[in-house]
Design a protein around this ligand. Structure first.
Ligand code: HSE
Length: 319
């Protein structure tokens, strides 16, 4: 591998995919998240001969994302990374190909940011632990929604199921999970920006509610370690955030009832919504649930996208 201190020749390039993520996992607001296989974003990055970062192309965003490198989460986080390793002398040309919906609650900005950071790390031949990129990825989240939560960027970068044990100092733990856990995702075509979805939640909670919530988080984490899918299912309850955010999602409780009747292990909001997800014990049940919920949304005139995946343990990959 090339040393990060070696001169780099112009024209070298790399294409990287980074996955969508389900943050919170119902009861773990800001502290739990996992990566899925699809959807995700792609970044193509090339070394140029002129120092500085440019964004030459963005596709799949319907013109919603800025090409200005000072305003785009990908370039801003890559710039922080270059500064940290003392390589602001190099030039980078970034193409961002959005392959997933923006404002979906599936970690759209973090998939782009992580793809960009991983591309830069790969191009520079920097073989340090990908977890070292987390602080820069959080800068991207800060810019995207005003808060540097790590429950999307950490699983997008590390893959698998991740716990943010502490934010200050940052302490991120990869958790085991049952191999046969499938995730059915439905993204109803309504806009719920994370920034706004964070503003509507309460910032004070009752002790008795906290007790309920941390019992469930501990139950979910225990279920992951014990391979106990029933325990995972009965622990995935959120009395703090879901009652408020579910109001932004069309027929949330109806969709939950349908998914549970069809054999889902659990059902809840993905990240800040409007996407919802269900865990199932097999792929077929996950597919049937997505089809049924999509038909229901169509019947109330709401378009949707659906995805079925197991948990993605790899995180970003060079294509
Ligand atoms: N934990 C974050 C939130 C995730 O719920 O606001 C956003 O995708």
């Amino acid at each position: 591998m090339t040393s990060i201190f070696a001169p780099l020749s112009g024209g070298r390039g790399v294409k990287v995919f980074a996955p969508a993520t389900v943050a919170n996992v119902v009861c773990g607001f800001d502290v739990l998240g996992f990566a899925v296989n699809e959807p995700g974003d792609e970044v193509i990055m090339r070394i140029t001969n002129k120092p500085g970062i440019i964004i030459s192309k963005i596709t799949g965003d319907n013109g919603r994302l800025p090409l200005d490198p000072a305003k785009n989460t990908v370039s801003v986080s890559v710039q922080h990374y270059l500064q940290s390793i003392g390589r602001t002398d190099i030039g980078l040309d970034i193409e961002l190909h959005k392959k997933m919906p923006i404002g979906s609650g599936l970690g759209s900005s973090s998939a782009s940011t992580v793809a960009g950071l991983f591309a830069a790390k790969t191009l520079l031949g920097d073989d340090t632990d990908p977890a070292k990129l987390l602080p820069f990825a959080r800068k991207g989240e800060e810019m995207a929604c005003g808060h540097g939560h790590a429950d999307n960027v950490a699983p997008a970068l590390l893959g698998g199921f991740v716990l943010i044990r502490s934010y200050d100092p940052l302490d991120v733990i990869r958790l085991p999970h049952p191999k046969d856990l499938y995730c059915a995702i439905v993204f109803p075509d309504v806009d719920v920006p994370t920034r706004e979805a964070r503003q509507i939640i309460r910032n004070k909670i009752l002790m008795k509610d906290a007790v309920t919530q941390w019992g469930n988080i501990a139950g979910l984490v225990s279920g992951l370690f014990m391979n106990d899918i029933d325990l995972i299912g009965r622990s995935m309850k959120d009395i703090l955030v879901e009652p408020v955010r579910s109001m932004l999602i069309p027929d949330f409780y109806k969709m939950r009832e349908m998914a549970m009747e069809m054999g889902a292990v659990s059902f809840g909001i993905s990240g800040s919504g409007p996407s919802v997800f269900a865990f199932t014990r097999d792929e077929e049940t996950a597919r049937k649930i997505t089809q049924k919920l999509q038909r229901h949304l169509t019947s109330i005139q709401i378009g949707s996208n659906t995805y079925v995946s197991d948990i993605n343990d790899k995180g970003p990959k060079v294509l």
